[in-house]
Design a protein around this ligand. Structure first.
Ligand code: ADP
Ligand code: MG
Length: 598
């Protein structure tokens, strides 16, 4: 038999390794920043173009490289940080695998210029897709400058799958936050499209947090400090009322390295138990210092997951010190069941209105369940007349047989509507039970409303008596700015400051008390671009807005709200599906129930 095994050429091996190390521009930024930190830099300068897709430049004042080192640093397994396997268990540097530069050079156009303090000249190396293009001596400043251009130029499939600039910028900022938070002693200058976004001077951990997340952060922070034999812990948590439904700021640093740990995250969440609603997330910035010998960093190519020798003790220490701090700063309730309900509601706006009015509008005169109106879903007849309008129902709703709203009407007695599990609205009819998912239903209602709004072209905003100022970081402000026109169409008008927006008008459907929450959700959804298959930008925006502003699962609804959801849902054109094409309700008839007992 012929032998069939080849050893892959170095450049192919590098491209394969790059698949693990470099997922997107942010991965490149992370690796370059880590190298600059390892080189003992005191100032690191970053320039990003086109969300890193066009170029990423990192320039540091660290130790630099000799000519020989500059020549071999792009080889795989080239590292100055470890020399034997034993070193793997005593890692004090960020890097150690010696594969980042090799991986990056395999899939981009890279230029390196590096000079050590005592050398007259520096070295310039140009390397494109692992091919050396130039190697020369050049006049250079002390330190290392690496320019990474045209990422994935030779892997079109990977390049095509990069997300929008909004999303990629968000990832870049996240990496920047992680590195700059873990090294407050280092100055960072960050330019995006030529504009300086951050100029962070040497500072303390607390000041760095405030610089990155805005002045108002100061009043949200509660310090955490604990020293035990196996763990030194310090940092900050946000007071419970500043928890977010979206993930918010969650940072663990182990020996100055950002790590992800669902297990330790759980410890923090448990410490907040009783103080925040289960679907809210605490924010935290926690530094854990442990003996490097008690952790294994070499379990993931991007080095963001680590293994602790004594994970259980670390969990317990974390939980108890956070609980302790929450108590010490008088944040914990005396008794859980006596707690101030406001703690469950994360925003000040709540205090502005005491009338408990709903954030959704209700037309109390409108009742689509009026007698003599039979709505049928999914059968041949899916049009019906209501107040002179023809409403059309989804014809593809497979198994929805007759849903007779006379039934509902005959019991429209609201006692028949119940909320179950803070998520489902259950309504009994004569022959069946309808179970509605409240969040999806409200998304559908809002989505149709927003689409109508756009097509009507009517001005829909109401001026606020007192403009509302909301704090955001510069990344969020940029996103709001780039969606300014769309937001205006929906009636949200605002001006910008460096770290805040000032809202002057709101659409009539939006309650000021929930403004911050809605805008936070909107930002989150804009950045994560969930929806696909959109007809137009307006359609996409209506979807995102409906997702951001809908009543969420987990919210307790009062009778009026329950009624509103049912009434409005079945007045929608496509009541059976949410804008993201998921079922809004299911119908269980007597037969189905009979069958369950067979
Ligand atoms: P690792 O960081 O795991 O060692 P890299 O591929 O990231 O591997 O870098 C290879 C080597 O190149 C490093 O070990 C270091 O010696 C050198 N190097 C990379 N970036 C810099 C820099 N900014 N300043 C000085 N040396 C650097
Ligand atoms: Mg490295």
């Amino acid at each position: 038999m012929k032998n069939i095994i080849n050893i892959l050429p170095e450049n192919v091996a590098n491209q394969i390794a790059a698949g693990e190390v470099v997922q997107r521009p942010a991965s490149v930024l992370k690796e370059l920043l880590e190298n600059s930190i390892d080189a003992g830099s005191t100032e690191i300068h970053i320039e990003i173009k086109n969300a890193g897709k066009t170029s990423i430049l990192v320039f540091d004042d660290g130790i630099g490289m000799t000519k020989e080192d500059a020549e071999i640093c792009f080889n795989r397994h080239a590292t100055s940080k470890i020399s034997s396997a034993i070193d793997l268990f005593n890692i004090k540097s960020k890097g150690f695998r010696g594969e980042a530069l090799a991986s990056i050079a395999a899939i981009a156009h890279v230029q390196l210029i590096s000079k050590q303090r005592n050398d007259q000249l520096g070295t310039q190396i140009d390397i494109n897709g692992s091919q050396l293009v130039a190697n020369k001596s050049v006049v250079a400043e002390d330190g290392t400058k690496i320019l990474v251009k045209n990422l994935f130029f030779n892997i079109p499939a990977r390049r095509k799958f990069l997300k929008s600039n909004n999303v990629e910028n968000k990832h870049l900022m996240n990496e920047f936050f992680r590195v700059s938070l873990s090294h407050p002693e280092v100055n960072f200058i960050f330019l995006n499209e030529g504009k300086e976004i951050y100029n962070l001077k040497t500072s303390t951990f607390k000041k760095r947090i405030i610089e990155l997340f805005g002045n108002k952060t100061n009043e949200k922070l509660v310090p955490i400090n604990e020293e035990t034999e196996i763990l030194r812990l310090n940092g900050f948590i946000f007071k419970p009322e500043f928890s977010k439904k979206t993930r918010g700021q969650q940072y663990f640093f182990v020996n100055n390295r950002f790590i992800k740990s669902p297990y330790l995250n759980h410890a923090v969440k448990v410490a907040f138990e009783g103080l925040i609603d289960t679907n809210y997330n605490p924010s935290y910035f926690l530094n854990l210092h442990v003996d490097p010998k008690t952790i294994d960093i070499n379990i993931h190519p991007t080095k963001t997951e680590i293994k602790f020798e004594d994970e259980h003790s670390i969990y317990a220490i974390l939980r108890s010190s956070i609980k302790h701090s929450l108590g010490q700063y008088n944040i914990s309730p005396i008794l859980d069941f006596e707690r101030d309900k406001n703690l469950d509601i994360p925003y000040d706006f709540d205090k502005k209105s005491s009338d408990g009015s709903m954030s959704i509008e209700v037309n109390s005169n409108y009742n689509p369940f009026k007698k003599n109106k039979t709505i049928s879903l999914g059968n041949a007849n899916h049009n019906f007349e209501k107040d002179g309008h023809t409403l059309q129902f989804a014809s593809d709703s497979e198994d929805f047989t007759q849903l007779d709203f006379n039934d509902i009407n005959s019991s429209a007695n609201t006692n028949q509507i119940i909320q179950f599990n803070k998520k489902y609205i259950i309504n009994k009819t004569k022959s069946s039970v309808v179970v509605i998912n409240q969040e999806r239903a409200h998304q559908r209602i809002l989505y149709e409303k927003f689409l109508k709004l756009i097509s009507s072209n009517k001005k829909n905003s109401q001026k606020l008596l007192y403009p509302s100022e909301l704090e955001y970081n510069s990344q969020d402000i940029r996103i709001l700015k780039s969606n300014y026109d769309q937001l205006k169409i929906f009636g949200i008008e605002f001006k910008f400051n460096e770290n805040s927006i000032i809202i002057s008008s709101l659409p009539s459907f939006l309650n000021e008390k929930d403004l911050k929450l809605h805008i936070d959700n909107l930002l989150y959804n804009l950045q994560n671009e969930t929806p696909t298959n959109n007809f137009s930008e307006s359609d996409l925006f209506s979807k995102i807005l409906s997702k951001s502003m809908s009543i969420k699962n987990g919210k307790i609804l009062d009778t009026k709200e329950l009624e509103y959801i049912i009434n409005s849902l079945f007045a929608c054109k496509e009541a059976s599906r949410c804008p993201f094409n998921k079922k809004t309700f299911v119908k269980i008839n007597a037969n189905d129930i009979e069958n369950m007992f067979k």
